[in-house]
Design a binder for this molecule. Structure first.
Ligand code: 0A1
Ligand code: ZN
Length: 876
């Protein structure tokens, strides 16, 4: 267990003793093993205070060291030592060339970190610490180097050989092999290194940058997927243009490549000039890809592209700074998607994710600040907190500074730190220097974990016309942090008069940003003729939980009138959540459930308001997810949540049946499929209507869904129809469509994943047996993370009533799977574990069973660092 005690602390950061002038690599890819030859030109770091420091390199325990020489003289046995992941060489000069040869086994690499095979194609994943599985190296982000990489392999099996930068030389060898040399002129840390070799097809286009440089754009995939690359290409071009327009940033190499791989632990990776993508985040075709997946492709392509500046040109000093690149880049991609599609819809989706999953993480045992103080395994910190909350923190800076000063700040940040590895403090400092604002208190957002809570009260004095908002802020304790200091945060508010119009606030604006800095503050608005209705936290101006004693009437009033689209949706959410919580209380008291009239009135008003964006209508009328209701609950009753949600869906279906039928008819999209915002909006509303109609479980609605399934010319309509029928009580119809769907799409791996997902999320009893059966299906491959997520991940996270079965079978199943995966793929294992970590939120009997499952995992002797960290923090 000793390796597990290795917690790494931010406070222990030390500059590297040696820096790199140059990295030269040669990969000999061969069937049995790969030889990696490296030549590293080191020099003593002038900033290092130690005299004659040893050279220490990282190298995974599995690395086979073949040879090592220093300035062409073999390093004597007595001069080096290997301990765990560290190789130390003593008595090195101030400048030297270290040559190392290692042997690695990519075909045995199931962890998918370092160099591995994905469906017969070689690829790499080096972030965060995968490069040390390739060769011995100063594998830390503050050591940056230019790379020259030669890849050599069999010409027939691996006709395409790629690495970062520009191709500079190539040739054949006598024995049917060939090689290509790539040079990347931009210094980069090893985590941005990439290599791909395989029999790949590609599409090609180009982009002319704002300064007139021509960039070749290539997207590679297996030949069978060549027809699914166009959307990613168009997205890339849109992203390139957007970054020029909004941030003044252009691309810097002559070629930009994306490669689609089927085996990938995450979504995609921003390696310099050579992004590697999970097929699920790059392949898109109307026949096989849903609207949501199209939007994800666009967003992820943009995200990885934006990293070229926020991440690659300016990178992180150490992994505690991960949110420096991820928070900023998520903020950038969210704004890109908002500008490209619908701003309000994008905001609603992001906030829903944040509130459901990030707030849960912030309140759970893995809670951490966006700049953590310590970690055991950095892979565990690619979290919603680092990414999504990190993006909210950047968004707050923009709100506080205003658009113009924020852009000045980002210009200064990029100019000041181009080519450097820096910290979140450097980012904030650039924003301060460009704006003249003091963000020192704001920095608590980087160091304190947990979701702040705002308690707001109002008071109107009719005699003086004075309206007062009193705001109290607090933040619950989180692991290692009992006391929290008050945050500096922007609270965007509007005031509505009795007609529903915005009252003019400071400087005539309709929305005013109040700056909170104190535990309690009062804000006074003068000269009002009657008590207004406050619209609070417009646009979700800060990642907090806001509590204001709204009446149902006030929420309905905001739903109907608020000029801020986000706030209208939020009012609807608050209304329905309040109603559902009351229903759950009734249920536990054994009282019968009834449908609140207010909800019918409010929903009908939204359904019949033709001025509304259909996408927003769909968002407003979608009941909050079970996961969100669970997050809000003090103690989660999964069955009550499920029952109330089903009851409400069915009774709203009944009460508004003619409206749903009309909406279903009126929102058919004509003509060829297109994933533009407007068409997506109509499809989403139409499909919501279908889901309400199916809740009636009538033969008519079944026929409607079957017809939609049969006539669909796109995967969105087909998949919704299939899922509704599959989850309904019409068993024969469900079987028929599921069989038909598989037969039709069995050769499309990503579609098969959806087929798996639909079946394992069916809330009907017996889901675990279905899951276990599906895991025997020939299309299931337990080495492929997408398959694991589709089956195990979806079952445990999305099928709450079955996963939380009273007998604990769901928990035991997950524990067994984690133990099987622990050695095979630690990253995926530790992520799949999340549903068990929140055991403290469940009633005592389930708590005990969940705990037992965690203890069963903990008792395993050779736990990976990944799983060990999550399990031990969960049980602490
Ligand atoms: N930097 C990538 C995310 C990423 C992180 C780790 C990985 O290793 C398995 C892969 C990808 C991004 O933000 O897109
Ligand atoms: Zn990223």
């Amino acid at each position: 267990m000793s390796q597990h005690a290795n917690e790494i602390y931010l406070k222990d950061y030390q500059v590297p003793a040696y820096l790199l002038e140059h990295t030269e690599l040669r990969f000999e890819l061969r069937e049995g093993a790969t030889l990696v030859h490296s030549q590293l030109a080191f020099y003593l770091n002038p900033a290092c205070e130690q005299a004659q420091p040893p050279l220490s390199l990282f190298g995974h325990e599995d690395l086979e060291l073949i040879s090592m020489s220093l300035n062409d003289i073999p390093v004597a046995e007595s001069s080096w030592q290997r301990e765990g992941e560290i190789l130390t060489v003593v008595d090195v000069p101030e400048r030297f060339c270290l040559k190392v040869v290692t042997r690695i086994l990519p075909h045995e690499n199931t962890a998918l970190e370092g160099l591995y095979l994905s469906d017969g194609m070689y690829c790499t994943q080096c972030e965060a610490e995968g490069f040390r599985r390739i060769t011995f190296y100063p594998d830390r982000p503050d050591v940056m180097s230019v790379f020259r990489t030669t890849v050599e392999a069999d010409q027939h099996q691996f006709p395409v050989l790629l690495s970062n930068g520009n191709p500079v030389a190539s040739g054949n060898t006598d024995d049917g092999r060939h090689w290509v040399t790539w040079e990347d002129p931009f210094p980069k840390p090893a985590y941005l290194f990439a290599l791909v070799a395989g029999d790949l097809a590609h599409i090609e286009d180009h982009y002319t940058t704002m300064s007139g440089r021509n960039v070749a754009l290539r997207i590679y995939a297996e030949t069978k997927d060549l027809d699914k690359l166009e959307y990613a290409m168009a997205s890339l071009q849109r992203a390139m243009a957007w970054d020029e327009k909004v941030y003044g940033r252009e691309y810097d190499l002559d070629i930009y490549m994306i490669v689609a791989v089927d085996f990938f632990n995450m979504g995609a990776m921003e390696n310099k000039g050579l992004n590697v993508f999970n097929t699920s985040c790059v392949l898109a075709h109307p026949a096989t890809t849903t609207d949501a997946a199209f939007q994800r492709v666009e967003g992820v392509v943009a995200h990885e592209y934006f990293h070229n500046w926020s991440g690659n040109r300016v990178t992180c000093r150490d992994w505690f700074q991960l949110s420096l690149k991820e928070g900023f880049t998520v903020f950038r991609d969210a704004e890109f998607s908002a500008d490209t599609n619908s701003r309000t819809v994008k905001r609603v989706e992001d906030v829903a994710l944040l509130r459901t999953a990030q707030f849960a993480e912030d309140a759970g045992p893995m809670s951490h600040p966006i700049r953590p103080d310590s970690f055991i395994e950095i892979s565990n910190f690619y979290t919603l907190t680092i990414y999504e909350k990190g993006a909210e923190v950047v968004r707050m800076i923009r709100t506080l500074l205003g658009e113009e000063l924020f852009r000045k700040g980002s210009d200064l940040y990029f100019a000041r730190h181009d080519g450097q590895a820096v910290t979140t403090d450097d980012f904030v400092k650039a924003m301060e220097d460009a704006s003249g604002r003091d963000l020192s208190q704001f920095c608590r957002w980087y160091s304190q974990a947990g979701t702040p809570e705002l308690k707001v009260e109002d008071h109107f004095d009719a005699s003086t016309g004075r309206y007062t908002l009193t705001v109290q802020q607090s933040c619950p304790p989180s692991p290692g942090q009992t006391e929290k200091q008050p945050y500096h945060l922007p609270l965007a508010v509007g005031l509505l008069d009795s007609e529903g119009n915005d009252l003019p606030l400071a400087e005539g604006y309709h929305t005013q940003v109040l700056e909170l800095t104190q535990p309690e503050q009062q804000f006074v608005f003068e000269g009002l003729s009657s008590k207004p209705v406050p619209s609070l936290l417009r646009g979700f101006s800060a990642p907090v939980k806001l509590n204001f004693p709204y009446s149902r009437e006030a929420l309905m009033f905001l739903m109907a009138n608020d000029s801020d689209g986000f706030a209208r949706w939020d009012a609807a959410q608050q209304l329905v959540v309040g109603i559902m919580q009351e229903m759950m209380d009734r249920l536990t008291q054994g009282q019968p459930l009834t449908l609140a009239d207010e909800l019918v009135t409010a929903y009908r008003a939204v359904l019949t308001d033709n001025a509304l964006d259909p996408a927003m209508v769909a968002k407003v009328l979608t009941l909050p997810s079970e996961a969100y209701l669970a997050e809000l609950a003090e103690c989660v009753d999964v069955d009550a949540i499920h029952e109330v949600r089903c009851f409400l869906r069915q009774s709203l279906a009944q009460a508004l049946a003619p409206d749903w039928q009309r909406v279903y008819r009126d929102n058919q999209t004509e003509g060829e499929y297109s994933p533009d915002a407007k068409s997506i909006a109509h499809r989403s509303l139409k499909n919501l209507a279908l889901s309400y109609l199916m809740a009636l479980e009538t033969e008519e609605s079944l026929a409607l869904a079957q017809q939609q399934y049969r006539q669909a010319d796109n995967m969105t309509d087909m998949q919704v129809a299939l899922s509704l029928v599959a989850h309904s009580g019409f068993a024969a119809a469900a079987d028929e469509l599921l069989t038909d769907f598989y037969q039709r799409w069995q050769n499309e791996s990503l579609v098969v994943n959806q087929w798996f997902a639909i079946q394992v999320t069916d809330p009907k009893p017996g889901a675990l047996a279905r899951v276990e059966k599906l895991m025997q299906h020939p299309a299931f491959d337990r080495r492929n993370p997408n398959k694991l997520r589709a089956v195990i991940g979806n079952f445990c996270a999305q099928n709450k009533v079955n996963f939380h079965a009273e007998d604990g079978s769901g928990y035991r199943f997950l524990a067994e799977q984690i133990l099987l995966l622990n050695t095979q793929n630690p990253q995926v294992a530790s992520r799949l574990l999340t549903p068990l970590t929140v055991w403290r939120k469940y009633p005592s009997q389930r708590q005990a069973l969940m705990r037992q499952a965690l203890e069963q995992i903990q008792s395993c002797k050779d736990l990976s660092r990944d799983v060990y960290e999550v399990v031990s923090k969960s049980l602490a």
